[in-house]
Design a protein around this ligand. Structure first.
Ligand code: ZN
Length: 1117
């Protein structure tokens, strides 16, 4: 999407309308900007006591510095495992032509029992939604048992059970498979019908999906089914360790009795088909013998991993990515019997990989046409095109459910949050058109007189077209004469398809002056680059690198579609504990510096010559950028200020009467005497205490006040951090967060290691299209209303989301609640209106409309949910919750809500079955696995290596992530590189994020939008090692390598291309880390194998599923 590529108002759309006098609606019900808060810092434009002007003929050295020589003792460098950020690329993942074919039918692993799941969703892509017809696909009636399972074939890697693709062609492979399955005949799981919309209304069999685990107690058992060992249930066996986790300890560290039988040389084999002789485990499972995991304080029933009892505080954390700081597994500390347990076959529980792949196969081939109310779109991981036929594209809006309960009682019962994740300026793939721009001339956009909703396809024209009834508030409005049009025999305006606002879900209106601040059309925005030139910034080479880059980057400022040059003006400030402004007026031979040392009372010492056009002032700017690194080369100033820098940038924009963006490049905790001064208050002892929340709270309210002023001015702040130690991200990110800006963090920045990542992020950030000085309002039809908002913005009232800046990556999540009864017939409508200033200074309104269904049957709700969006909402809800609640309370809340959602389904929607079975709705069968990933994320359950700044950083990143980004962030993609034929050009099919899925003869890429790992198995073929690394053996591979050598062979090229392609899909550059099996660095990598138990105490997927089952049973009993 490019708001600047305003599709020309192509006929038949968008003819300017004649003036309609007397229809002026001021935008958002008031004088925009009139609510600007009083400035708390007093006047800044008065007489200026504190600056000296340097001689006009050139630059002087920096003012005398005050600090002591910089200390060279650095805290251990935390590597930037964060600092990259998953982008919901609009393409959403790889091509849908997934290669992997699955055998139809049975469970190859012969797992007699497998829990699962699946209430098939009924969903026709392009037809009216079924009301009561319930497609009941019995997917996988597998059950879990403690019984010994037959040996699995040793071939067949961990891709989950084969599943028929027949469903993709519309057949109904599960016919006759209702009820439970005899052992060994488990049906395929994760069937595709869930999204394909196989319509079999005549099939009225119970909607039971699949069964899971009848535990010891409980209702009638299915034949030949026994329960898995659940916490507190009497199975008599010893407590067991996690079943779903292969540890790869060094052989000598194995406890007695472990059955690791690898050759002495290379590390023991992992799950690999080439390794013969998996021995039957005591627990009835198969696979290589597993050593117990280190640091798992309690056996499964000890619920330390679940919300209520967090592990003990982790003292003295080593920093992330420091290999020496990562403890080796202390395998001997665990009794050997812990490795035994009755296990659930991991292949039999719902697999994210399978669900993603099924959706790609079923929904990636046809465009998603938005003409029908309440359609659930394809998953974010599916690559699909969208055709706008009256509802906003899922690229702009995704909902947790597309069918809303009619009453609040129903909604409360189900506990399914009703929320929309809105990305108003989302970028679109080239194949999809940007929203049309409609110009209604001086009369401005047509709106409802009462609720101010904008004209949209759902407005009902009546009385021969002379009036229209508002679809949001039912008010009858007159149609202005110049907008009048006759209706056809169906009551539709005959020009409906000629007007975007009558036929499309998304479009833009040109705003009139009524929508502008002070009733004045805005000036083009400005960018101000504010560069920390303290000792640390100079020493690392950052300042030199940045100045060099800016010389060329300034040619790529965002511009309107056809414009030859950007309308954006630029300005430059450098600072340490004082600020230096630069006059770069084109008429000067050399730039001039002005120093403001009175940081307590910040003002802008010059107006003329500060903000300039790049082309006009190019010579002076280039000269400045050449001189800055030299000027400060010998600085010994280590102290910095921060708030005054933002204050100065904001004042400069205010003086220039424009909106804009500040790009701050900052290195350290601002401890110099100035407003916003901070102290180091990091204290990891607070983790898992009631005071943990203070780690996420800003340490002073000064930044909120400052942010409020920035918002009033349309001043968005992007912050690039280069910390060597704690910088209090929680406080420094307040202004970026409240102004719609972005934060980037490069811990222990070194030019040689981090240059590519920083420059890549910077280029993208500077070039991306931004809407400035924006206000967003979400209107709803009668019965529901927006009650809560999540994202990077500011709100001064309960309805208007104010965004100093909004780019195409940012989302605003809106939660809805009932305030009245909804109607099945009329459904529910959302209209998101974003008023913003484009990069060229044009004031516009972007409108997105979405119609949802309403239901009186809970089953309809559960058939039309979208788990990825649900998780996006729940993560944001939880991440905000940690600001004011103990983290464990937040985790408990998530678990309880999830259990309530699933219990309500079980009670009201699933067919009668054994109480011991876990039955999940098809649409939500991944809810437990994904929720578990949220629960064990660094914010909610930090590992010892995660810093306070890391947590604050991730917390604020997730707040504005879209659904695709949260999806991959919480459940990383793990791609095997050497399994598919080398000539294959498609992305290899992913495998589940578990150590069990790793073969030690293979090489894998893992990415989560922020991090990128290349994992090399210890038994990988020598040829592969040679091809990728140009060394002759595994042992010679450099662990921690961040760049693969450029080698002229197909494998090397393929892997490097794949890495490039993954990076291109994300909004932040992912730095590569090469990890060798058995290497210390591997612990870092394992942190992302989210189906496994985590070192910080996070539950494995299987364990969590059991726990969730127990919670549900408690709710039902
Ligand atoms: Zn209305």
């Amino acid at each position: 999407m490019n708001v600047n590529q305003s599709a020309p108002p192509v006929p038949p759309f968008g003819q300017p309308q004649p003036i309609y006098p007397g229809y002026h609606q001021s935008g958002y019900g008031g004088q925009p900007g009139s609510t600007a808060p009083p400035t708390p810092y007093g006047a800044y434009n008065g007489p200026v006591p504190g600056y000296q002007q340097t001689p006009p003929q050139g630059m002087s050295r920096a003012p005398p510095s005050s600090g002591a020589p910089a200390s060279t003792t650095q805290a251990p460098c935390a590597q930037p495992t964060y600092g990259q950020f998953g982008q919901g690329d609009v393409q959403n993942g790889p091509s849908s032509t997934v290669q992997m074919q699955r055998l139809p039918g049975s469970q190859p692993f012969g797992s007699p029992l497998a829990p699962v799941v699946s209430q098939p969703a009924v969903l026709q892509p392009y037809g009216p939604p079924p009301t009561s017809a319930q497609v009941t696909t019995q997917l996988a009636g597998m059950q879990i048992s403690g019984a010994v399972a037959p040996a699995p074939p040793t071939s067949g890697l961990g891709y989950g059970p084969p599943t028929s693709l027949a469903s993709a062609s519309g057949s109904f492979p599960n016919s006759g498979l209702y009820g439970s399955y005899p052992q060994g005949q488990a049906p395929p799981i994760g069937q595709a019908q869930g999204y394909l919309g196989v319509q079999t209304p005549q099939r009225s069999a119970p909607s039971q999906a699949s069964s899971f685990t009848p535990p010891a107690s409980g209702g009638p058992r299915m034949p030949s089914v026994t329960g898995p060992l659940l916490p507190g249930q009497g199975f008599g066996g010893p407590p067991v360790s996690q079943p779903n986790h292969v540890s790869s300890p060094s052989p000598q560290a194995l406890p007695p009795g472990t059955q690791m039988t690898g050759p002495p040389g290379p590390p023991p084999p992992m799950h690999s088909p080439q390794q013969p002789g998996y021995q039957l485990q005591q627990n009835g499972s198969f696979g290589p013998a597993r050593g117990p995991q280190p640091n798992y304080g309690s056996p499964y029933p000890g619920a330390a991993t679940f919300g209520s009892q967090p592990g003990p505080p982790q003292p003295l954390p080593p920093k992330r990515l420091d290999p020496d700081a990562i403890p080796s597994p202390q395998l001997n500390e665990l009794p050997p019997q812990q490795k035994t347990r009755h296990r659930i076959d991991p292949d039999a529980i719902p697999s994210p990989i399978q669900v993603i792949e099924d959706d790609r196969n079923n929904r990636g081939t046809e465009p998603f046409v938005t003409g029908v109310r309440g359609q659930v779109p394809p998953l974010v991981t599916t690559n699909f095109l969208v055709k706008d036929q009256g509802n906003a594209s899922p690229r702009y809006i995704r909902c947790t459910s597309y069918n809303i309960p009619c009453t609040s009682d129903m909604a409360k019962q189900a506990q399914v949050p009703l929320a929309a994740v809105i990305k108003p300026l989302a970028r679109l793939p080239p194949e999809e058109a940007s929203p049309y721009v409609v110009d209604h001339g001086e009369s401005g956009p047509l709106r409802c007189n009462r609720c101010k909703a904008y004209m949209c396809p759902f407005m009902q024209f009546i009385e021969g077209g002379r009036r229209f009834q508002c679809c949001f508030c039912s008010c009858i409005n007159d149609v202005p004469p110049q907008y009048f049009q006759h209706l056809d025999h169906t009551g539709k305006r005959v020009d409906a398809y000629d007007r975007p606002e009558l036929s499309l879900g998304s479009y833009e209106f040109l705003a009139t002056v009524d929508y502008c601040k002070n009733n004045k059309f805005p000036s083009p925005p400005a960018f101000i680059f504010m560069i920390d030139v303290s000792y640390n910034a100079i020493r690392t080479g950052l300042v030199r690198l940045l100045c060099e880059e800016l010389k060329s980057l300034l040619d790529f400022l965002p511009r309107e579609g056809g414009a030859e040059e950007s309308a954006i003006r630029v300005g430059f400030v450098t600072y340490n504990k004082v600020l230096h402004f630069y006059n770069v007026k084109s008429s000067l031979a050399q730039p001039q510096m002005m120093v403001v040392s009175d940081v307590a009372d910040m003002f802008v010492p010059l107006l003329d010559g500060f903000l300039v056009n790049v082309n006009e002032s190019r010579a002076v700017i280039t000269s400045l950028l050449d001189q800055i690194p030299e000027m400060f080369a010998d600085t010994r100033e280590t102290e910095t200020v921060f708030a005054p820098v933002i204050q100065a940038g904001m004042e400069a924009l205010k003086a220039a009467e424009c909106a804009g963006k500040l790009f701050l490049f900052h290195t350290s905790l601002p401890m110099a005497e100035a407003p916003g001064k901070l102290k180091n208050r990091d204290d990891r002892k607070l983790i898992n205490t009631d005071k943990e929340k203070t780690l996420f709270q800003p340490q002073t309210g000064a930044y909120q006040t400052l942010a409020k002023e920035c918002v009033a001015q349309g001043c968005c702040v992007d912050l690039f951090l280069f910390p060597n130690q704690y910088v209090d991200v929680a406080t420094l990110s307040v202004v970026p967060q409240l102004t719609g800006g972005s934060v980037y963090k490069y811990a222990c920045f070194q030019v040689e290691n981090d240059q590519e990542r920083f420059l890549s992020d910077l280029r993208r950030d500077v070039q991306k299209v931004v809407g400035f000085d924006a206000v967003m309002r979400v209107r709803t039809s009668t019965g529901i209303r927006a009650v809560d908002f999540f994202g990077a913005f500011y709100m001064s009232n309960t309805t208007d989301v104010e965004l100093a800046g909004l780019d195409g990556d940012k989302t605003v999540t809106v939660e809805f609640k009932h305030d009245d009864r909804l109607n099945e017939e009329s459904g529910a409508l959302l209209q998101c209106a974003l008023l913003y200033t484009s990069c060229a200074g044009q004031r516009r309104l972007r409108i997105h409309n979405l119609a949802l269904n309403c239901c009186t049957q809970l089953a309809d709700l559960y058939r039309n949910c979208e788990t990825d969006t649900l998780i996006n909402y729940m993560a944001k809800f939880a991440y905000r919750g940690v600001l004011s609640n103990p983290v464990k309370a937040v985790r408990d809340t998530l678990i309880t809500q999830c259990a309530q959602i699933l219990a309500c389904y079980r009670k009201n929607c699933a067919s009668p079955s054994s109480a011991g079975q876990l039955i999940l709705p098809e649409c939500m069968k991944l809810l437990p696995v994904y929720l578990n990933c949220v629960l064990k994320s660094d914010v909610l359950q930090p590992g010892a290596e995660v810093t306070t700044d890391d947590r604050a950083y991730v917390r604020q990143l997730v707040t504005s992530m879209d659904v695709a980004e949260t999806n991959v962030f919480f459940y990383p993609r793990l791609l095997p590189l050497t399994k598919s034929p080398i000539e294959s050009t498609t992305e290899p099919p992913a495998v589940r994020a578990s150590e069990e899925r790793l073969s030690n003869g293979d090489v894998y890429l893992l990415e989560n939008g922020l991090n990128l790992f290349l994992w090399v198995g210890a038994s990988v073929q020598q040829g592969v090692v040679q091809s990728l690394f140009s060394v002759s053996s595994f042992s010679q591979i450099t662990s921690g390598l961040s760049v693969l050598p450029v080698l002229d062979n197909p494998l090397s090229k393929k892997v490097r291309d794949l890495i490039d392609s993954l990076r291109a899909q994300r909004s932040r550059y992912m730095k590569l880390i090469v990890v060798k099996q058995e290497d210390k660095l591997e612990m870092l990598f394992k942190h992302f194998l989210v189906e496994d138990k985590s070192l910080s105490g996070g539950a494995s997927y299987v364990d969590f599923l059991c726990h969730m089952h127990k919670e549900i049973r408690q709710l039902l009993s």
